[in-house]
Design a protein around this ligand. Sequence first.
Ligand code: 9D3
Length: 254
Amino acid sequence: MRIDVLTLFPDVIDAWSRVGVVGRAVERGLLQVRGWNPRDFATDNYRRVDDRPFGGGPGMVMLIEPLGACLDAAQADSNAPGHVVYLSPQGAPLTQARAKQLAALPRLVLVCGRYEGVDERFVAERADEELSIGDYVLSGGELAAAVLVDVLGRLQEGALNDADSASQDSFEDGLLDCPHYTRSETRGTQGVPEVLLSGDHAAIRRWRRQQSLGRTWLRRPDLLAGRELGKDDRKLLEAFQADWRARQVGPDPG
Ligand code: 9D3
């Protein structure tokens, strides 16, 4: 997969594409990441990329021409124009399900806004999709693009080693992960759930599944709301809930 990123700060994207699992995917040739700076396509003497908005008000808006010329250049650099994603707080929330679809595309162009965002005519004419990474305020689209590069990079076939297999991911089956423990020089096995020391692999698998279900119920009930649990999962969760309620004095999550 190739990802081109239009940004006033290409160094951010460049740095991210060298680190960890994504860096390895790039080294293995599974992923190509390239930054493009709209400022390099500004035509005036000051290399302006922003201007005041029509209608007045505070803040600046990214100009359509440098962005458009930058996108033209990025798209002309290969045979396919690529799916163009504008990252913005107004976009549809990014989900693992959407990420899996995007990860299967051969080419993606990400557009990062700065200031108040980009001229809406650019979005209307050139973007295929608008995505947000969550309900909080960033100062620009670069971190969102880095998030997307990370999410898509690790989904590339061959990017993950067996140890971090994507099928074990939280969200892969729509549940949170179970707790993890490892040998500690100072703490030994103290505070480690008994079952994990038992060597009973079926019991360990059941316990982990139960913890995933239970934590999702406690911390992210929204993830359970729209779904029907199988009989085994329902029993595991009911046992978790009974145990949890027996320990509680306060109100109940429901
Ligand atoms: C203070 C500016 N805000 C005025 C009400 C609007 C605003 C403009 C630009 C808020 C944030 C941004 C920059 N954000 C992004 O480019 C962005 C983003 C985000 O802020 N949150 C979640 N996902 C994304 S994707 C791109």
